[in-house]
Design a protein around this ligand. Sequence first.
Ligand SMILES: O=C(O)c1cc(=O)[nH]c(=O)n1[C@@H]1O[C@H](COP(=O)(O)O)[C@@H](O)[C@H]1O
Length: 275
Amino acid sequence: MNRSELVNQIKTKRSFLCVGLDTDLKKVPQHILNDEDPIFAFNKAIIDATADYCVSYKPNLAFYEAFGVKGLISFEKTIKYLKENYPNHFIVADAKRGDIGNTSAMYARTFFDEYDVDSLTVAPYMGEDSVTPFLGYKDKWVILLALTSNKGSHDFQLTEDKDGERLFEKVLRTSQQWGDKENMMYVVGATQGRMFEDIRKIVPDHFLLVPGVGAQGGSLEEVCKYGMNADCGLLVNSSRGIIYASNGEDFATVAAEKAKELQIQMDAELKKHGI
Ligand SMILES: O=C(O)c1cc(=O)[nH]c(=O)n1[C@@H]1O[C@H](COP(=O)(O)O)[C@@H](O)[C@H]1O
């Protein structure tokens, strides 16, 4: 999916919600465990219930790889199901990859040729030759970690060099020589609040993938106030806050209600910003 298609989806659906498919068999409703592929059964129910309220899905590979080959089959089935039934939803594979060039090229092949997802989260710390192999694919995106939502973001990302430039700022500035707003997004945690102002000084036009609303306590209002641009420029993710809102038989209906609540708030934010 290219940038203008994504922006159109956001404007049409009045939503910039990304539902996180972090499917944990310890948290899914008991009855789902009777299915022969409980991860896929859970994902399918969540997708069917929430698709009207979101523009994107983000399966996190950790939750699939944890079950070995079986988990990867559930991941692949989920991607196929999305592509066949909801082809206008933007798929993020959250795998946080990145390695020396020839290895990154194989990761790129895995996610962009084999699974054919729209985008992949990538860690920037091995530098240019670890990131550029992901950038040669038409309408595919690298989502580079910039300022993450967790406490540990302070350990490296917020440290300053001798000229006062913080590491996340260096990542944003330097990586613009590798990709552009058509093929690169950045991860910025919803918990980072006013820091979005500093991010937007360096990357005013890029899309930001923003996890941390819901279970991690990030504020959607603050993210929009400091992070939204003229094209919206935000994909806001919530995983646990939506998919585990109920662990009873009604889990999909309750997930839909949670997604709808966020969609309504997002519509209001888009209007506030004249979109
Ligand atoms: O790359 C990510 O998606 C990510 C980056 C980050 O800084 N913080 C973060 O929480 N994430 C992911 O976003 C999701 C957040 O899930 P919830 O906290 O349950 O909404 C998880 O899949 C995390 O791995």
